[in-house]
Each structure stands twice: as structure tokens, then as C-alpha cells.
Design a protein around this ligand. Structure first.
Ligand SMILES: O=C1O[C@H](COP(=O)(O)O)[C@@H](O)[C@H](O)[C@H]1O
Length: 241
């Protein structure tokens, strides 16, 4: 399902309302809310809103468990760090216990070994089934999501939940949740705005099936729900709106 909104500001409010609604429901139902955050520029507005009293005060942050969908393999202080951005915009401003937060990057370990460790953290908090309550995803203008990039071997992964690998096109190591894990989630929300995403959004949703070229096509929850939140600019090439 796709919901199209006027602009990124409106999109941010819709996403913030949804985050709060899902957090409250999960906490009421089972005492915790597990979420994987997205990186990049798209969620900055959303995280800023969630840190405002209007949203922040509605959530019992002591029961929120924070993971990431992917990470550039750099320390949190690095400006490229997805976790660093989430700390600056959201996590430093809400009372979520530090032990509930699981950044992907860690010092003194390879991305490949960290992927195995990260899988254990997910199992510890979510159980053996690995079903997140919410996974937030962005999409690059090349159709990648998380660190599932066009033409990479990680797109073929069928078993492992987390992978670390060297991304030659960007000359950097990445660590990412894989499509099989993402697709277990109860709710997956893509957050896409801007004219530069219009072509990729069209190809992913209405173009030919080719996940090697447009990896976001790999995202099809098994039993959960998939929601695309887009602004009018990103949705401008879609035929079905
Ligand atoms: O590299 C990444 O890019 C995607 C998309 O980023 P955006 O700046 O276009 O929003 C992001 O979803 C991912 O987390 C990040 O590592």
C-alpha cells in the first residue's frame, strides 16, 4: 500500500504518528516495542519530531528496543554514521535506556563477525523468530534499501539475518539486515521523498520485476504489512496512486 502526502513535512508527521501508535500498541500487548531504524537523510525530520514533547511524551521509552536496518562501517562520531545521526536527532533526547540500543558498528571487530554478533542481539530481544514490530526503511535513488545495493551478493542471501560486506561501488564496508529477516517484520514502512527518487519508486512499484537492479523489490513481508509513505514529488511518475 502507498500513501502519498504533500511534502516531507507532512510525511514526517504521518510517520511520527504511526511510530507512536505502533509503539503504544506493542508495549500494551507484550511489554516491549522493537524497532529497526533507517539511516540516510530521509528520516531526519521524523526523528526530530519524535524527540519533541508532543510525540516523545506518548511513548514509554524504557520499553523501546532500538536496532538499525543498516550501517556504514564507521564509528558513531563519523558524519556518515547512521547510528550517530539517530543519536543526534532522537536518541539523545528521549529516555531510552542505553542498554536497549544496539548500534551496528563496534570497535575491534570485523563487519562480518559483527553481523553474527548482531544476529544474537536480535535473538536476545526478539526471540528465535526475529519478528520486529517495525522496520523503517529508506530508499536510495538507485533503488537500494538498507544496505541491499544493486548487483551485490547480499541480495541472494536466504538464511542469514545480518551480513557485513565490502561495498565496492561506495568503497566502504556495510552491515545490513537481509531481506529474509526484514520480511518477517510485523510492519515495514518505507519513507521516500524528493523528485530524485521518482524514477526508482516507479521502477520498484510499477516497473519490471528485477530485484538485482532495484533491491527494494525484495521487500515483501511474509505475514506483516508493507506501507510506502511518499511525497508527491517522489510519487510523480506512478500511474496507480
Ligand atoms: O546509504 C544509505 O542510503 C539509504 C537511502 O538514504 P537517503 O539519504 O536517500 O534517505 C538509507 O535508507 C540507508 O539507511 C543508508 O545507509
Amino acid at each position: 500500500m502507498i500513501n502519498i502526502h504533500k511534502d516531507p513535512a507532512e510525511l514526517g508527521k504521518v510517520a511520527a504518528d504511526l511510530f507512536v501508535e505502533l509503539a503504544k500498541a506493542a508495549i500494551q500487548e507484550k511489554g516491549k516495542f522493537t524497532v529497526a531504524l533507517t539511516g540516510g537523510s530521509s528520516p531526519v525530520k521524523l526523528y526530530g519530531l519524535l524527540a519533541e514533547p508532543k510525540y516523545k511524551d506518548q511513548v514509554d521509552w524504557s520499553k523501546v528496543y532500538v536496532f538499525w536496518g543498516d550501517e556504514r562501517w564507521v564509528p558513531l562520531e563519523d558524519e556518515q554514521s547512521n547510528a550517530g545521526m539517530a543519536y543526534q536527532t532522537l536518541l539523545n533526547h528521549v529516555p531510552v535506556p542505553e542498554e536497549n540500543i544496539y548500534p551496528m558498528w563496534a570497535a575491534g571487530i570485523t563487519p562480518e563477525a559483527r553481523a553474527a554478533e548482531y544476529t544474537q542481539y536480535i535473538k536476545k530481544e526478539l526471540g528465535e523468530e526475529g519478528i520486529f514490530d517495525l522496520i523503517l526503511l529508506g530508499m536510495g535513488d538507485d533503488g537500494h534499501t538498507a544496505s541491499l545495493f544493486p548487483g551485490t551478493d547480499v541480495l541472494e542471501e536466504k538464511e542469514d539475518w545480518v551480513k557485513g560486506y565490502f561495498l565496492e561501488s561506495k568503497d566502504i564496508y556495510r552491515i545490513t539486515l537481509t531481506a529474509p529477516l526484514i520480511n518477517k517484520a510485523k510492519k515495514i514502512v518505507f519513507f521516500v521523498f524528493g523528485e530524485n527518487k521518482a524514477n526508482a519508486l516507479y521502477e520498484v512499484l510499477e516497473g519490471e520485476s528485477n530485484a538485482d537492479l532495484y533491491p527494494s523489490q525484495l521487500i515483501h513481508p511474509k505475514e506483516g504489512e508493507l506501507l510506502w509513505l511518499a511525497d508527491e514529488a517522489a510519487a510523480s511518475k506512478l500511474k496507480v496512486k
